[in-house]
Design a protein around this ligand. Structure first.
Ligand SMILES: NC(=O)c1ccc[n+]([C@@H]2O[C@H](COP(=O)([O-])OP(=O)(O)OC[C@H]3O[C@@H](n4cnc5c(N)ncnc54)[C@H](O)[C@@H]3O)[C@@H](O)[C@H]2O)c1
Length: 414
């Protein structure tokens, strides 16, 4: 594929600090990322996204916040390849230094190359979306280049947020509310052999619960909309969507009924208030409940790795990838297909996950799963490959014994 070719030669061409990059780390957190593996995984997403025969010359203008990973990356790749979006993507990634850059840095280089190949005027900003300075800079860019915005996709998953107006930094916690909770969790030893362990979590106190809502609730999303409105950048029919999750009863104590779930409830309530404010431009704010996916954010949640592994064993290819869900999301946002909303007005892209027959099978496996049966009842190989892919490892076609150049620049605005 052209993209891979150009990026592979880019990383092979300048032997400034080439080195072999290996998957060292703890748990599901790896310390280094493999540039060419990251490039190729984005190329695979593009291939999965497909492409419309004729992209519009002046595609809709979109801002994707969280464009360097997970659902936001998928929404960006699909938006570029299928809708020819113009606009801006924001990620918050560590540049290369003593360690490689974070994977999202390299994925952004690859996504920028896709935008270039498709002729889409789309730029990437590496900055803290919570900061007022980022809002000012990004809105300056949008005002200057496009004069207004049609879509805002809010797909941030962050461990902390500093409120620029108070200077207070809030840390999000992943804890149950009300009572302690114990869950089974999946681990791999250094050889890659899976084992199960029970881990317990104490309930969050009020301050922890409130801090999690500050980080993952709707306040920052709302501030982006206010900032756009104040600068008159909301185009007629503007639509914004923030991503949410509900998930299984098997994970509800730690997720939907826990601190993160409270933040998601806040995000969902924020959508209603925003829609009222956007009615002046015929606009709308929605949340999109997506299905479980292996991402850096989700693997940090106790029990989710095992749950997703079991879900994949039950569903196999019927587990819908972030790209598949993003195709549906864009089709609904652009009006190519009607919205599939639930009674609370949320877009539902997770129906395949929460299908009662699927959940019954997952629950049956979950009840009996042990370290001895985990490889039979959960798709642990798939899960391990997925989380290593997040860092550019285990990607087919990459020779990991070859040195690569990790010191690559963030793409310049085109
Ligand atoms: N992974 C799942 O299973 C799942 C399911 C449904 C919904 N969601 C939701 O999707 C959204 C994205 O989650 P994900 O799993 O794709 O996460 P992810 O970790 O893959 O990606 C998070 C993105 O947020 C960006 N980010 C983090 N802090 C930032 C900051 N301060 N400023 C700017 N960007 C920042 C990162 O750079 C990255 O691009 C979240 O709202 C999450 O709850 C996830």
């Amino acid at each position: 594929m052209a993209l891979c070719g150009c990026l592979l030669s880019q990383s092979e061409g300048s032997p400034v600090s080439e080195r072999i990059v290996s998957p060292a780390g703890r748990g599901f957190l790896l310390l280094d990322s493999h540039p060419t593996g990251c490039f190729r995984s984005v190329a695979q997403m593009r291939a999965e996204a497909g492409q419309r025969a004729q992209l519009p010359e002046d595609g809709p203008v979109a801002l994707v916040i969280g464009s360097s990973a997970g659902y936001g990356l998928a929404a960006t790749v699909v938006g570029l390849a299928r809708h020819g979006i113009r606009g801006v993507g924001i990620g918050f990634e560590r540049p290369p230094g003593r360690r490689t850059a974070t994977a999202g840095w390299y994925r952004t280089i690859a996504t920028d190359a896709i935008a270039g190949e498709l002729g889409c005027d789309f730029s990437f900003v590496n900055a803290d979306a919570f900061a007022d300075t980022t809002k000012t800079d990004v809105l300056d860019l949008i005002a200057k280049r496009f004069g207004g915005l049609d879509y805002l996709v809010y797909s941030v998953a962050a461990p902390r947020r500093t409120d620029p107006r108070t200077g207070v930094t809030y840390q999000s916690v992943i804890k149950p509310l009300g009572a302690a909770h114990t869950t089974k969790t999946l681990e791999f030893d250094s050889e890659g052999t899976p084992t199960l362990r029970e881990i317990g979590a104490e309930p969050a106190n009020d301050a922890e619960a409130a801090a999690t809502v500050q980080v993952m609730g709707g306040e920052d999303w709302s501030r982006w909309i206010t900032a756009l409105a104040e600068r008159d950048l909301l185009r007629d029919g503007f639509r914004t969507v923030a991503l949410s999750y509900i998930g299984s009863t098997l994970t509800s104590a730690i997720y939907r009924d826990g601190t993160i779930g409270a933040a998601k409830a806040h995000l969902e309530a924020t959508a209603d208030g925003l829609s009222d404010r956007l009615s002046a431009v015929g606009g709308r704010a929605l949340t999109s409940v997506n299905g479980a996916a292996v991402t850096q954010a989700s693997t940090a949640i106790p029990g989710i790795a095992l749950y997703v592994g079991v879900l994949r064993a039950v569903l196999a290819e019927r587990l819908q990838s972030p790209v598949e869900q993003s195709i549906q999301l864009w089709d609904q946002l652009t009006g190519a297909r009607p919205f599939d909303l639930d009674e609370a007005g949320r877009i539902r892209l997770d129906r395949w996950e929460l299908d009662p027959a699927v959940q019954a099978k997952v629950a049956e496996r979950w009840a009996s799963i042990t370290s001895e049966t985990v490889t039979e009842l959960a798709d642990v190989d798939w899960f391990r490959t997925q989380y290593r892919n997040l860092y550019g490892f285990d990607v087919p076609g990459i020779d990991y014994s070859r040195p690569v150049e990790p010191d690559l620049p963030w793409p310049m605005p085109r």
